[in-house]
Write a protein that binds this ligand. Sequence first.
Ligand code: F0G
Length: 457
Amino acid sequence: MKTIIEPFKIKTVEPIKFTTKEERIEILKNAGYNPFMIPAEDVIIDLLTDSGTSAMSSKQWSGIMDGDESYAGARSYYRFEQVVKELTSFKHIIPTHQGRAAEKILFSIFGGAGKFIPNNTHFDTTRANIEYSGATALDFPCKEGTDPDYIADFKGNIDLDMLEDFLLKNKNSVPLVMLTVTNNSNGGQPVSMENIKKTKEVCSRYNIPLFLDACRFAENAYFIKLREQGYKEKSVREIAKEMFSYADGCTMSAKKDALVNMGGFLALNDDDIALKARNILVVTEGFPTYGGLAGRDLEAIAQGLIEVLDENYLKYRIRTIEYTSEKLINAGVPILVPPGGHAIYLNAKKFAPHIPPEQFPGHSIVCELYLHAGIRAVEIGSIMFGKYDKNTGKHIPPKMELVRLALPRRVYTQSHVDYVIEAIIEIYNNREKLKGYRFTYEPPILRHFLAKLEPIL
Ligand code: F0G
């Protein structure tokens, strides 16, 4: 059989509220033309993020009932610890309420003024936590990764020459190197095993620890199985274990590849660092055996980490994104290629070339997706990453203007996806009608969250 089906049956359903276009025109206007301000109830298909939006399995829900809520030494912690240790082989497993809490602890220890933290590409919260500590976050994406049209298997890789060159000159100011798998801010592109291994070799030469930002480790491992020589016959679990074996620790947002709605952890080998981390944890998150989570959450994470490595699940997951991208490419819609693991990224520069970056072409597509079909997506372009020249005040756009449509795990069926494809193609076929936008309120930081805009008529 050729058809790949959803590897689950549906036991509980949540109704979708349908809105009319007239209603959506009002809703979007009331939201200040900012998708983050739209009540989720008024969204038909929500592709804002794949984070914390997974559907849990019946086994995860029974784990929720079975959670041990003891303050110290809960049974659920030991199950969680055992599953994470078996997967990562790290010695110390420190639960946190989500990924950025693990980052905050890590960079409270490793960060500080005058330090530099290189990565393939930092996610915004990682960058923010590094900068908050006074350190500088550096992105060294490989060359292929910066071209949305270039086809390559592992566009998430770090540029090893840039890394080596930087370490050669600045090794005493680099306390840690990170690799984000998959590379979310660069199109959800995977990192190859060879690149992880070589990054470790470079780090070892300078005696610098390597940490993975492991949010989407299972999707990355599956891409290695599909695309990298020598891994076809290996199980995804074996591949994931090998990925972790080259690192000295990891931060994890369980909201992605642990298939839960909340949770995360910091895991590492060094005893002294772990002690420091646990001391921060008790002040900021909670006692080391719950760290900001309920016992039931730890049960659900443990179960999710087992389920996410089911190869039938990963086959369906990656195929969903691939299927969507094939249909869009066939209709001529410009998207970032090849598609990554968790999202489709529309190339807004090519989609709406008549809208200049300072009028936010990606945002215009995001608004139209909502107005046309009630779909919520997010702009990753000039609104999120645009800057101003200090001297001239001129807008400096980022390299790419993208719209991310992130697929929650196990939530939508193929007909939901077909609906999204149809909407994008219809908007693309009428793209000359898309209008630019301008700010009516521009927040000083992370402006995409709280900005208010209006269409330029
Ligand atoms: N690292 C990566 C690569 C991420 O994608 C995220 C979150 C985090 C760290 C932070 O984890 O949300 O649990 O604190 N990404 C979400 C997204 C928000 O929509 O891509 P968190």
